[in-house]
Design a protein around this ligand. Structure first.
Ligand SMILES: [Zn+2]
Length: 85
């Protein structure tokens, strides 16, 4: 069975342990949640995404922030933050 993508970062969750807290019913992945499966703050998740993009794609922080915003504004967990702008 194909797992649903995380509603915060769109990462595919293939097994229960990929879900936050190890709960299959958690719509967020283990990357986006703390050990208990609670969703981390928007700033933490965006920072993690920016740091990851900078190291992986060899781009500047500003460009990485732009990429992260493009991505996050489509996600169910965060799009309301962008709609408020
Ligand atoms: Zn996630």
């Amino acid at each position: 069975m194909e797992g649903n993508p995380c509603e915060s970062c769109n990462r595919p969750m293939h097994s229960e342990k990929n879900h936050g807290g190890g709960f299959a019913g958690n719509p967020y992945c283990d990357f986006c949640t703390d050990g208990d499966g609670n969703l981390n703050s928007f700033e933490e998740i965006r920072k993690g995404m920016v740091d990851f993009a900078v190291s992986r794609d060899d781009i500047g922080t500003r460009e990485a922030q732009e990429v992260a915003n493009q991505h996050l504004r489509k996600m169910p967990a965060w799009r309301h933050l962008y709609e408020a702008e």
